[in-house]
Design a protein around this ligand. Structure first.
Ligand code: GLC
Length: 566
Protein backbone atom coordinates (compact mmCIF):
# COMPACT_ATOMS: atom_id res chain seq x y z
CA UNK A 1 0.00 0.00 0.00
CA UNK A 2 1.20 3.50 -0.78
CA UNK A 3 2.12 5.52 2.28
CA UNK A 4 0.64 8.98 2.13
CA UNK A 5 0.97 9.69 5.81
CA UNK A 6 4.40 11.26 5.77
CA UNK A 7 3.31 13.66 3.08
CA UNK A 8 4.07 17.37 3.63
CA UNK A 9 0.49 18.29 2.88
CA UNK A 10 -0.70 16.22 5.76
CA UNK A 11 1.70 17.90 8.18
CA UNK A 12 0.66 21.33 7.00
CA UNK A 13 -3.01 20.49 7.47
CA UNK A 14 -2.39 19.05 10.91
CA UNK A 15 -0.46 22.11 12.05
CA UNK A 16 -3.27 24.36 10.90
CA UNK A 17 -5.90 22.26 12.61
CA UNK A 18 -4.08 22.27 15.95
CA UNK A 19 -4.76 25.97 16.45
CA UNK A 20 -8.04 26.11 14.65
CA UNK A 21 -11.12 27.27 16.56
CA UNK A 22 -13.28 25.35 14.12
CA UNK A 23 -11.49 22.06 14.79
CA UNK A 24 -14.85 20.43 15.61
CA UNK A 25 -16.33 20.95 12.16
CA UNK A 26 -14.73 17.88 10.62
CA UNK A 27 -13.39 16.08 13.65
CA UNK A 28 -13.19 12.36 14.26
CA UNK A 29 -14.47 12.01 17.82
CA UNK A 30 -14.05 8.76 19.74
CA UNK A 31 -16.59 8.04 22.45
CA UNK A 32 -15.30 6.48 25.66
CA UNK A 33 -17.71 4.80 28.03
CA UNK A 34 -15.42 5.15 31.06
CA UNK A 35 -16.69 2.23 33.12
CA UNK A 36 -15.93 -0.14 30.25
CA UNK A 37 -12.71 1.20 28.74
CA UNK A 38 -9.82 0.24 31.06
CA UNK A 39 -9.70 -0.61 34.75
CA UNK A 40 -6.50 0.56 36.50
CA UNK A 41 -7.37 -0.30 40.10
CA UNK A 42 -8.63 -3.83 39.53
CA UNK A 43 -12.17 -3.45 40.86
CA UNK A 44 -13.80 -4.57 37.61
CA UNK A 45 -14.96 -1.05 36.76
CA UNK A 46 -13.15 1.14 34.23
CA UNK A 47 -11.72 4.40 35.57
CA UNK A 48 -9.90 7.61 34.63
CA UNK A 49 -6.39 6.26 35.45
CA UNK A 50 -7.31 3.36 33.13
CA UNK A 51 -7.98 5.81 30.31
CA UNK A 52 -4.73 7.63 31.13
CA UNK A 53 -2.85 4.33 30.77
CA UNK A 54 -4.27 4.00 27.26
CA UNK A 55 -3.56 7.47 25.93
CA UNK A 56 -0.95 6.11 23.53
CA UNK A 57 -3.61 3.82 22.11
CA UNK A 58 -5.91 6.80 21.57
CA UNK A 59 -3.10 8.68 19.88
CA UNK A 60 -2.47 5.66 17.63
CA UNK A 61 -6.01 6.07 16.30
CA UNK A 62 -5.32 9.63 15.00
CA UNK A 63 -8.61 10.87 16.41
CA UNK A 64 -9.18 14.57 16.96
CA UNK A 65 -11.09 14.33 20.22
CA UNK A 66 -12.57 11.97 22.76
CA UNK A 67 -16.03 12.27 24.25
CA UNK A 68 -16.23 10.93 27.78
CA UNK A 69 -19.60 9.56 28.83
CA UNK A 70 -20.39 10.53 32.46
CA UNK A 71 -17.70 9.84 35.07
CA UNK A 72 -19.40 11.91 37.79
CA UNK A 73 -20.49 10.55 41.20
CA UNK A 74 -23.44 8.30 40.50
CA UNK A 75 -25.23 5.27 41.88
CA UNK A 76 -25.08 3.94 38.30
CA UNK A 77 -28.82 3.43 38.09
CA UNK A 78 -28.46 4.44 34.41
CA UNK A 79 -24.79 3.86 33.64
CA UNK A 80 -23.75 7.22 35.09
CA UNK A 81 -26.48 9.25 33.37
CA UNK A 82 -27.91 9.60 36.88
CA UNK A 83 -25.56 12.30 38.14
CA UNK A 84 -25.31 12.96 41.87
CA UNK A 85 -22.77 15.79 41.59
CA UNK A 86 -22.00 17.55 38.31
CA UNK A 87 -18.69 18.98 39.43
CA UNK A 88 -16.78 15.98 40.73
CA UNK A 89 -15.49 12.54 39.75
CA UNK A 90 -17.03 9.31 41.00
CA UNK A 91 -14.55 8.01 43.62
CA UNK A 92 -14.71 4.57 41.97
CA UNK A 93 -13.52 6.18 38.73
CA UNK A 94 -10.86 8.46 40.20
CA UNK A 95 -10.44 12.03 41.39
CA UNK A 96 -10.46 15.53 39.93
CA UNK A 97 -6.69 15.30 40.01
CA UNK A 98 -6.86 12.19 37.79
CA UNK A 99 -9.12 14.14 35.46
CA UNK A 100 -6.60 16.98 35.22
CA UNK A 101 -3.79 14.53 34.49
CA UNK A 102 -5.85 12.82 31.81
CA UNK A 103 -6.77 16.03 30.04
CA UNK A 104 -3.15 17.22 30.13
CA UNK A 105 -1.91 13.93 28.63
CA UNK A 106 -4.54 14.06 25.90
CA UNK A 107 -3.87 17.70 25.06
CA UNK A 108 -0.18 16.96 24.85
CA UNK A 109 -1.00 14.51 22.07
CA UNK A 110 -3.31 16.94 20.30
CA UNK A 111 -6.49 15.14 21.38
CA UNK A 112 -9.33 17.36 22.55
CA UNK A 113 -11.78 16.44 25.28
CA UNK A 114 -15.58 16.57 25.26
CA UNK A 115 -17.53 15.77 28.43
CA UNK A 116 -21.15 14.78 28.83
CA UNK A 117 -23.64 17.17 30.45
CA UNK A 118 -26.90 15.64 31.70
CA UNK A 119 -29.27 18.55 32.28
CA UNK A 120 -32.71 16.96 31.94
CA UNK A 121 -32.57 15.12 35.25
CA UNK A 122 -30.33 14.57 38.25
CA UNK A 123 -29.80 11.40 40.23
CA UNK A 124 -32.21 10.89 43.11
CA UNK A 125 -29.01 11.03 45.21
CA UNK A 126 -28.27 14.60 44.15
CA UNK A 127 -28.20 17.02 47.09
CA UNK A 128 -31.16 18.93 45.64
CA UNK A 129 -33.38 15.89 45.49
CA UNK A 130 -32.52 15.02 49.09
CA UNK A 131 -33.54 18.55 50.07
CA UNK A 132 -36.74 18.28 48.06
CA UNK A 133 -37.76 15.08 49.85
CA UNK A 134 -36.86 16.43 53.27
CA UNK A 135 -38.53 19.81 52.80
CA UNK A 136 -41.90 18.31 51.93
CA UNK A 137 -44.85 19.37 49.82
CA UNK A 138 -45.20 22.99 48.81
CA UNK A 139 -41.54 23.74 49.69
CA UNK A 140 -39.17 25.84 47.61
CA UNK A 141 -36.81 22.84 47.41
CA UNK A 142 -39.44 20.84 45.52
CA UNK A 143 -39.71 23.61 42.92
CA UNK A 144 -36.40 22.55 41.40
CA UNK A 145 -38.07 19.32 40.30
CA UNK A 146 -41.53 18.43 39.01
CA UNK A 147 -43.73 17.43 41.94
CA UNK A 148 -47.51 17.08 41.70
CA UNK A 149 -50.34 15.75 43.79
CA UNK A 150 -51.85 12.50 42.60
CA UNK A 151 -55.34 11.90 41.29
CA UNK A 152 -58.08 9.57 42.49
CA UNK A 153 -59.04 8.91 46.10
CA UNK A 154 -56.40 10.38 48.38
CA UNK A 155 -54.09 11.02 45.45
CA UNK A 156 -53.33 7.31 45.13
CA UNK A 157 -53.11 7.50 41.35
CA UNK A 158 -50.30 9.27 39.44
CA UNK A 159 -51.05 12.74 38.03
CA UNK A 160 -51.17 11.26 34.50
CA UNK A 161 -50.83 7.87 32.84
CA UNK A 162 -47.60 8.89 31.06
CA UNK A 163 -44.90 6.29 30.47
CA UNK A 164 -41.20 6.80 30.99
CA UNK A 165 -38.81 6.31 28.06
CA UNK A 166 -37.44 3.21 29.78
CA UNK A 167 -40.94 1.77 30.25
CA UNK A 168 -43.28 1.80 33.24
CA UNK A 169 -44.92 4.87 34.77
CA UNK A 170 -43.23 8.27 34.49
CA UNK A 171 -44.34 9.29 38.00
CA UNK A 172 -43.08 7.97 41.32
CA UNK A 173 -44.76 8.51 44.66
CA UNK A 174 -42.78 9.77 47.65
CA UNK A 175 -43.46 9.16 51.32
CA UNK A 176 -45.72 12.14 51.94
CA UNK A 177 -47.92 11.10 49.01
CA UNK A 178 -46.76 13.53 46.29
CA UNK A 179 -45.49 12.30 42.96
CA UNK A 180 -42.42 13.37 40.99
CA UNK A 181 -41.93 13.16 37.23
CA UNK A 182 -39.10 11.14 35.66
CA UNK A 183 -38.78 10.78 31.91
CA UNK A 184 -36.21 8.01 32.36
CA UNK A 185 -35.46 5.71 35.35
CA UNK A 186 -37.13 6.24 38.73
CA UNK A 187 -33.72 7.30 40.03
CA UNK A 188 -33.60 10.16 37.48
CA UNK A 189 -36.04 12.89 38.60
CA UNK A 190 -36.54 15.56 35.90
CA UNK A 191 -35.42 19.07 36.72
CA UNK A 192 -37.69 22.09 36.43
CA UNK A 193 -36.02 24.28 33.81
CA UNK A 194 -38.31 27.22 34.65
CA UNK A 195 -36.36 27.54 37.89
CA UNK A 196 -33.61 30.18 37.83
CA UNK A 197 -31.39 28.21 40.22
CA UNK A 198 -31.43 25.23 37.88
CA UNK A 199 -30.35 27.45 35.00
CA UNK A 200 -27.63 29.15 37.01
CA UNK A 201 -26.24 25.92 38.37
CA UNK A 202 -25.66 24.50 34.90
CA UNK A 203 -23.84 27.67 33.85
CA UNK A 204 -21.59 27.07 36.82
CA UNK A 205 -21.02 23.48 35.74
CA UNK A 206 -20.14 24.54 32.18
CA UNK A 207 -17.62 27.04 33.52
CA UNK A 208 -16.23 24.53 36.03
CA UNK A 209 -15.22 22.06 33.29
CA UNK A 210 -14.29 24.75 30.77
CA UNK A 211 -11.92 26.25 33.34
CA UNK A 212 -10.34 22.79 33.71
CA UNK A 213 -9.56 22.82 30.00
CA UNK A 214 -12.45 20.83 28.58
CA UNK A 215 -12.86 21.66 24.88
CA UNK A 216 -16.52 20.82 24.40
CA UNK A 217 -19.70 19.29 25.71
CA UNK A 218 -22.12 16.59 24.60
CA UNK A 219 -25.60 17.51 25.78
CA UNK A 220 -27.73 14.59 26.91
CA UNK A 221 -31.36 14.56 25.69
CA UNK A 222 -30.99 18.20 24.74
CA UNK A 223 -34.53 18.29 23.37
CA UNK A 224 -36.38 17.48 26.59
CA UNK A 225 -35.35 20.09 29.18
CA UNK A 226 -38.17 22.62 29.01
CA UNK A 227 -41.76 21.55 29.58
CA UNK A 228 -45.21 23.04 29.60
CA UNK A 229 -46.97 21.29 32.44
CA UNK A 230 -49.88 23.68 32.81
CA UNK A 231 -53.10 22.03 33.94
CA UNK A 232 -55.05 20.17 32.78
CA UNK A 233 -52.32 17.75 31.77
CA UNK A 234 -53.09 15.66 28.67
CA UNK A 235 -53.45 11.90 28.88
CA UNK A 236 -50.85 9.63 27.31
CA UNK A 237 -53.08 9.04 24.29
CA UNK A 238 -53.61 12.81 23.88
CA UNK A 239 -49.90 13.46 24.31
CA UNK A 240 -49.05 11.11 21.48
CA UNK A 241 -51.30 13.04 19.11
CA UNK A 242 -49.71 16.43 19.79
CA UNK A 243 -47.33 17.35 16.92
CA UNK A 244 -43.68 17.83 17.85
CA UNK A 245 -43.49 21.22 16.19
CA UNK A 246 -42.08 23.32 19.00
CA UNK A 247 -45.14 23.41 21.25
CA UNK A 248 -45.33 19.83 22.47
CA UNK A 249 -45.59 19.79 26.30
CA UNK A 250 -42.50 17.58 26.74
CA UNK A 251 -40.44 17.23 23.59
CA UNK A 252 -38.40 19.61 21.41
CA UNK A 253 -40.03 22.80 22.62
CA UNK A 254 -38.93 26.03 20.95
CA UNK A 255 -38.28 27.63 24.33
CA UNK A 256 -35.41 25.19 25.04
CA UNK A 257 -33.27 27.27 22.68
CA UNK A 258 -33.31 30.14 25.18
CA UNK A 259 -31.33 27.85 27.47
CA UNK A 260 -28.76 27.12 24.79
CA UNK A 261 -28.44 30.78 23.78
CA UNK A 262 -27.35 31.43 27.36
CA UNK A 263 -24.93 28.51 27.23
CA UNK A 264 -23.46 29.82 23.99
CA UNK A 265 -22.57 33.07 25.75
CA UNK A 266 -20.63 31.00 28.30
CA UNK A 267 -18.88 28.96 25.60
CA UNK A 268 -17.84 32.19 23.90
CA UNK A 269 -16.18 33.46 27.09
CA UNK A 270 -13.38 31.04 26.26
CA UNK A 271 -10.68 31.11 23.63
CA UNK A 272 -11.12 29.07 21.57
CA UNK A 273 -14.86 28.99 22.28
CA UNK A 274 -16.03 25.77 23.85
CA UNK A 275 -18.04 23.58 21.49
CA UNK A 276 -21.16 21.54 22.03
CA UNK A 277 -23.07 18.78 20.32
CA UNK A 278 -26.72 18.08 21.04
CA UNK A 279 -28.20 14.66 21.49
CA UNK A 280 -31.63 15.53 20.15
CA UNK A 281 -33.89 12.78 18.86
CA UNK A 282 -36.28 15.14 17.10
CA UNK A 283 -38.83 14.62 14.36
CA UNK A 284 -37.08 16.19 11.34
CA UNK A 285 -33.64 17.32 10.23
CA UNK A 286 -35.06 20.86 10.12
CA UNK A 287 -35.93 20.67 13.82
CA UNK A 288 -32.48 19.24 14.54
CA UNK A 289 -30.81 22.15 12.78
CA UNK A 290 -32.10 24.52 15.48
CA UNK A 291 -29.88 22.79 18.04
CA UNK A 292 -26.91 23.10 15.72
CA UNK A 293 -27.25 26.86 15.19
CA UNK A 294 -24.27 29.12 15.87
CA UNK A 295 -26.35 30.96 18.51
CA UNK A 296 -27.05 27.65 20.23
CA UNK A 297 -25.07 24.48 20.75
CA UNK A 298 -23.40 24.66 17.32
CA UNK A 299 -23.69 21.01 16.35
CA UNK A 300 -26.18 18.15 16.76
CA UNK A 301 -25.94 14.42 16.33
CA UNK A 302 -27.47 13.20 13.11
CA UNK A 303 -28.84 9.74 13.84
CA UNK A 304 -30.38 9.23 10.39
CA UNK A 305 -27.74 6.78 9.19
CA UNK A 306 -27.85 4.93 12.47
CA UNK A 307 -31.51 4.27 11.82
CA UNK A 308 -31.15 3.50 8.11
CA UNK A 309 -30.75 0.25 6.23
CA UNK A 310 -27.44 -0.60 4.57
CA UNK A 311 -28.77 0.74 1.33
CA UNK A 312 -27.15 3.03 -1.25
CA UNK A 313 -30.27 5.08 -1.97
CA UNK A 314 -31.04 5.61 1.73
CA UNK A 315 -27.45 6.66 2.43
CA UNK A 316 -27.37 9.05 -0.51
CA UNK A 317 -30.62 10.77 0.45
CA UNK A 318 -29.55 11.15 4.07
CA UNK A 319 -26.07 12.41 3.19
CA UNK A 320 -27.41 14.96 0.72
CA UNK A 321 -30.17 16.13 3.06
CA UNK A 322 -27.87 16.62 6.04
CA UNK A 323 -25.16 18.36 4.05
CA UNK A 324 -27.73 20.77 2.64
CA UNK A 325 -29.11 21.38 6.11
CA UNK A 326 -25.65 22.06 7.54
CA UNK A 327 -24.83 24.41 4.70
CA UNK A 328 -28.05 26.34 5.23
CA UNK A 329 -27.41 26.83 8.95
CA UNK A 330 -23.64 27.28 8.88
CA UNK A 331 -23.07 24.26 11.10
CA UNK A 332 -21.22 21.13 10.07
CA UNK A 333 -23.00 17.84 9.93
CA UNK A 334 -22.27 14.77 12.03
CA UNK A 335 -22.25 11.06 11.27
CA UNK A 336 -22.92 8.30 13.77
CA UNK A 337 -23.33 4.55 13.34
CA UNK A 338 -22.88 3.34 16.91
CA UNK A 339 -22.95 4.64 20.46
CA UNK A 340 -23.64 3.34 23.96
CA UNK A 341 -27.40 3.31 23.39
CA UNK A 342 -27.78 1.15 20.30
CA UNK A 343 -26.93 -2.32 19.01
CA UNK A 344 -23.44 -2.23 17.47
CA UNK A 345 -23.57 -1.64 13.73
CA UNK A 346 -21.53 -4.76 12.89
CA UNK A 347 -24.43 -6.74 14.36
CA UNK A 348 -27.26 -4.57 12.99
CA UNK A 349 -25.95 -4.98 9.45
CA UNK A 350 -25.89 -8.75 9.87
CA UNK A 351 -29.60 -8.95 10.63
CA UNK A 352 -31.79 -10.67 8.05
CA UNK A 353 -34.09 -7.74 7.42
CA UNK A 354 -31.78 -4.81 6.95
CA UNK A 355 -33.33 -2.81 9.73
CA UNK A 356 -31.38 0.04 11.22
CA UNK A 357 -32.60 -1.10 14.60
CA UNK A 358 -33.11 -4.66 15.77
CA UNK A 359 -36.26 -6.18 14.35
CA UNK A 360 -38.92 -8.37 15.84
CA UNK A 361 -39.64 -11.69 14.14
CA UNK A 362 -42.77 -13.29 15.54
CA UNK A 363 -42.34 -12.88 19.26
CA UNK A 364 -38.51 -12.92 19.15
CA UNK A 365 -36.22 -9.94 19.00
CA UNK A 366 -33.70 -10.67 16.30
CA UNK A 367 -30.60 -8.84 17.38
CA UNK A 368 -28.02 -9.41 20.02
CA UNK A 369 -29.65 -12.01 22.19
CA UNK A 370 -31.97 -13.18 19.44
CA UNK A 371 -31.49 -16.50 17.72
CA UNK A 372 -27.83 -16.47 16.79
CA UNK A 373 -28.20 -18.21 13.45
CA UNK A 374 -30.41 -15.35 12.29
CA UNK A 375 -27.43 -13.01 12.29
CA UNK A 376 -24.78 -13.19 9.56
CA UNK A 377 -21.91 -11.70 11.52
CA UNK A 378 -19.38 -11.91 8.68
CA UNK A 379 -21.63 -9.90 6.45
CA UNK A 380 -22.45 -7.53 9.28
CA UNK A 381 -18.78 -6.73 9.82
CA UNK A 382 -18.06 -6.42 6.10
CA UNK A 383 -20.86 -3.91 5.73
CA UNK A 384 -19.92 -2.12 8.94
CA UNK A 385 -16.39 -1.57 7.63
CA UNK A 386 -17.72 -0.36 4.29
CA UNK A 387 -20.21 2.03 5.91
CA UNK A 388 -17.60 3.41 8.30
CA UNK A 389 -15.07 4.08 5.55
CA UNK A 390 -17.74 5.92 3.60
CA UNK A 391 -18.61 8.05 6.65
CA UNK A 392 -14.99 8.89 7.33
CA UNK A 393 -14.73 10.26 3.81
CA UNK A 394 -17.71 12.59 4.13
CA UNK A 395 -17.59 16.28 5.03
CA UNK A 396 -18.48 16.88 8.70
CA UNK A 397 -17.64 15.19 11.98
CA UNK A 398 -17.75 11.47 12.62
CA UNK A 399 -18.48 10.13 16.09
CA UNK A 400 -17.04 6.67 16.71
CA UNK A 401 -17.89 4.43 19.64
CA UNK A 402 -15.25 2.50 21.57
CA UNK A 403 -14.86 -1.05 20.32
CA UNK A 404 -16.17 -0.43 16.82
CA UNK A 405 -12.55 -0.03 15.74
CA UNK A 406 -12.10 -3.67 16.81
CA UNK A 407 -15.09 -4.75 14.73
CA UNK A 408 -16.87 -5.82 17.91
CA UNK A 409 -20.31 -7.36 17.65
CA UNK A 410 -23.04 -6.77 20.20
CA UNK A 411 -22.65 -9.18 23.11
CA UNK A 412 -25.69 -11.42 23.47
CA UNK A 413 -24.39 -13.67 26.21
CA UNK A 414 -25.42 -11.68 29.28
CA UNK A 415 -27.68 -13.41 31.75
CA UNK A 416 -30.63 -11.41 33.05
CA UNK A 417 -29.14 -11.25 36.55
CA UNK A 418 -25.92 -9.77 35.17
CA UNK A 419 -27.62 -7.07 33.15
CA UNK A 420 -27.51 -3.49 34.41
CA UNK A 421 -29.50 -1.36 32.01
CA UNK A 422 -32.72 0.04 33.52
CA UNK A 423 -34.26 -0.14 30.05
CA UNK A 424 -33.91 -3.95 30.22
CA UNK A 425 -35.60 -4.19 33.59
CA UNK A 426 -38.35 -1.68 32.86
CA UNK A 427 -38.99 -3.23 29.44
CA UNK A 428 -39.35 0.03 27.57
CA UNK A 429 -37.65 1.32 24.44
CA UNK A 430 -34.31 -0.07 23.29
CA UNK A 431 -35.78 -3.22 21.89
CA UNK A 432 -36.40 -5.34 24.92
CA UNK A 433 -32.79 -6.33 25.48
CA UNK A 434 -31.46 -3.10 26.76
CA UNK A 435 -28.08 -1.63 26.00
CA UNK A 436 -25.62 -3.72 28.00
CA UNK A 437 -24.54 -5.69 24.91
CA UNK A 438 -22.62 -2.70 23.50
CA UNK A 439 -21.21 -1.69 26.90
CA UNK A 440 -19.14 -4.78 27.69
CA UNK A 441 -15.56 -3.79 28.65
CA UNK A 442 -13.01 -3.76 25.83
CA UNK A 443 -10.58 -6.62 25.21
CA UNK A 444 -7.01 -5.33 25.22
CA UNK A 445 -5.15 -8.64 25.14
CA UNK A 446 -6.06 -12.16 24.06
CA UNK A 447 -5.47 -13.46 27.57
CA UNK A 448 -5.39 -12.29 31.16
CA UNK A 449 -8.22 -11.62 33.58
CA UNK A 450 -10.82 -9.66 31.63
CA UNK A 451 -8.67 -9.67 28.46
CA UNK A 452 -6.37 -6.94 29.71
CA UNK A 453 -9.23 -4.65 30.75
CA UNK A 454 -8.03 -4.99 34.35
CA UNK A 455 -6.91 -7.45 36.96
CA UNK A 456 -10.39 -8.57 37.94
CA UNK A 457 -13.43 -9.91 36.13
CA UNK A 458 -15.14 -7.08 34.27
CA UNK A 459 -18.40 -5.61 35.61
CA UNK A 460 -20.24 -6.99 32.56
CA UNK A 461 -19.22 -10.47 31.42
CA UNK A 462 -16.94 -10.65 28.37
CA UNK A 463 -17.55 -13.58 26.00
CA UNK A 464 -14.70 -15.94 25.00
CA UNK A 465 -14.76 -14.64 21.40
CA UNK A 466 -13.53 -11.25 22.61
CA UNK A 467 -10.02 -12.81 22.52
CA UNK A 468 -10.05 -12.74 18.70
CA UNK A 469 -10.77 -9.00 18.75
CA UNK A 470 -8.25 -7.99 21.38
CA UNK A 471 -6.19 -4.88 20.63
CA UNK A 472 -2.91 -6.87 20.65
CA UNK A 473 -4.29 -9.44 18.21
CA UNK A 474 -5.68 -6.84 15.82
CA UNK A 475 -2.58 -4.65 16.03
CA UNK A 476 -0.52 -7.56 14.71
CA UNK A 477 -2.89 -8.15 11.79
CA UNK A 478 -2.67 -5.66 8.90
CA UNK A 479 -6.09 -6.76 7.63
CA UNK A 480 -7.86 -6.30 10.97
CA UNK A 481 -10.57 -3.74 11.55
CA UNK A 482 -8.24 -1.92 13.95
CA UNK A 483 -5.60 -1.61 11.23
CA UNK A 484 -8.27 -0.31 8.86
CA UNK A 485 -9.40 2.36 11.33
CA UNK A 486 -5.83 3.40 12.06
CA UNK A 487 -5.03 3.79 8.39
CA UNK A 488 -8.28 5.54 7.53
CA UNK A 489 -8.08 7.99 10.42
CA UNK A 490 -4.42 8.57 9.67
CA UNK A 491 -5.19 9.66 6.12
CA UNK A 492 -8.58 11.24 6.82
CA UNK A 493 -7.34 14.76 7.50
CA UNK A 494 -6.10 14.96 3.94
CA UNK A 495 -9.65 14.56 2.72
CA UNK A 496 -11.23 16.95 5.18
CA UNK A 497 -10.48 20.30 3.65
CA UNK A 498 -13.45 22.04 2.01
CA UNK A 499 -16.77 20.80 3.45
CA UNK A 500 -18.28 19.73 0.16
CA UNK A 501 -18.73 16.77 -2.10
CA UNK A 502 -19.98 16.11 -5.61
CA UNK A 503 -21.65 12.87 -6.60
CA UNK A 504 -20.32 10.99 -9.60
CA UNK A 505 -23.05 8.94 -11.26
CA UNK A 506 -22.10 5.26 -11.42
CA UNK A 507 -24.92 3.84 -13.53
CA UNK A 508 -25.59 1.50 -10.62
CA UNK A 509 -28.24 1.97 -7.96
CA UNK A 510 -26.18 0.07 -5.40
CA UNK A 511 -22.90 1.98 -5.80
CA UNK A 512 -22.20 5.48 -4.46
CA UNK A 513 -19.26 7.46 -5.74
CA UNK A 514 -18.31 10.93 -4.58
CA UNK A 515 -15.46 13.36 -5.05
CA UNK A 516 -14.24 15.98 -2.58
CA UNK A 517 -13.11 19.38 -3.91
CA UNK A 518 -9.47 18.35 -3.37
CA UNK A 519 -9.87 15.38 -5.71
CA UNK A 520 -10.23 12.56 -3.18
CA UNK A 521 -12.86 10.03 -4.20
CA UNK A 522 -14.86 7.55 -2.18
CA UNK A 523 -16.54 4.58 -3.86
CA UNK A 524 -18.98 2.56 -1.74
CA UNK A 525 -20.41 -0.63 -3.16
CA UNK A 526 -23.56 -1.57 -1.21
CA UNK A 527 -24.40 -4.46 -3.56
CA UNK A 528 -22.88 -7.89 -4.01
CA UNK A 529 -21.52 -7.56 -7.59
CA UNK A 530 -18.07 -6.01 -8.02
CA UNK A 531 -17.79 -2.47 -9.39
CA UNK A 532 -14.57 -2.57 -11.46
CA UNK A 533 -12.44 0.59 -11.60
CA UNK A 534 -10.34 1.74 -14.56
CA UNK A 535 -6.77 0.46 -14.17
CA UNK A 536 -5.40 3.99 -13.67
CA UNK A 537 -7.94 4.67 -10.90
CA UNK A 538 -7.34 1.31 -9.29
CA UNK A 539 -3.67 2.29 -8.98
CA UNK A 540 -4.69 5.30 -6.93
CA UNK A 541 -6.73 3.31 -4.38
CA UNK A 542 -4.91 3.91 -1.12
CA UNK A 543 -7.34 2.23 1.21
CA UNK A 544 -10.19 -0.23 1.05
CA UNK A 545 -12.26 -2.44 3.28
CA UNK A 546 -11.49 -5.60 1.27
CA UNK A 547 -8.18 -7.03 0.11
CA UNK A 548 -9.25 -6.66 -3.52
CA UNK A 549 -9.48 -2.93 -4.16
CA UNK A 550 -11.36 -2.89 -7.46
CA UNK A 551 -14.39 -2.70 -5.71
CA UNK A 552 -15.98 -6.00 -4.60
CA UNK A 553 -19.48 -6.13 -3.08
CA UNK A 554 -20.02 -4.58 0.36
CA UNK A 555 -16.74 -2.70 0.12
CA UNK A 556 -15.63 0.93 0.20
CA UNK A 557 -12.40 2.35 -1.22
CA UNK A 558 -10.67 5.72 -1.12
CA UNK A 559 -9.00 6.94 -4.32
CA UNK A 560 -6.26 9.55 -3.97
CA UNK A 561 -6.27 12.57 -6.27
CA UNK A 562 -4.15 12.42 -9.40
CA UNK A 563 -0.58 13.46 -8.77
CA UNK A 564 -0.68 13.06 -4.99
CA UNK A 565 1.14 9.75 -4.96
CA UNK A 566 3.86 10.93 -7.37
C1 GLC B 1 -29.32 9.68 26.71
C2 GLC B 1 -28.13 8.79 26.97
C3 GLC B 1 -28.62 7.50 27.55
C4 GLC B 1 -29.34 7.80 28.85
C5 GLC B 1 -30.46 8.82 28.63
C6 GLC B 1 -30.94 9.38 29.94
O1 GLC B 1 -30.14 9.18 25.72
O2 GLC B 1 -27.39 8.63 25.82
O3 GLC B 1 -27.59 6.60 27.77
O4 GLC B 1 -29.89 6.61 29.36
O5 GLC B 1 -30.02 9.91 27.89
O6 GLC B 1 -29.97 10.17 30.52
Amino acid sequence: MTDVRSDDTRQAIEAEQATDASWWRQAAVYQIYPRSFADADGDGLGDLPGILSRVDYLASLSIDAIWLSPFYPSALADGGYDVADYRDVDPRLGTLDDFDKLIAALHERGIRVIVDIVPNHTSNLHEWFGEALAAGRGSAARERYIFRDGTGDGGEEPPTDWESVFGGPAWERVEDGQWYFHNFATEQPDLNWDHPEVREDFLRTLRFWSDRGVDGFRIDVAHMLTKDLSEPLPSRAELELIPQDGNHPLIDRDDVHEVYAEWRRVFDEYDPPRTAVAEAWVSTSERRAKYASAEGLGQAFNFDLLEADFDAAAFRTIIADNLAQAQATGSSTTWVLSNHDVTRHATRYGLPALAGRPVKQGTEWVAAGGPDDAIDRGRGLRRARAATLLLLGLPGSTYLYQGEELGLQEVAEIAAEQRQDPAFFRGGEFDGLGRDGCRVPLPWSADGASFGFGDAAAHLPQPAWFADHAVDVETADPESTLSLYREALGIRRLLQTEERLDWIETGRTDVLRLVRPNGWQVVANFGTDAFPLEAEEADRVVLGTAEDRSVPGETTVWIAPEGLLG
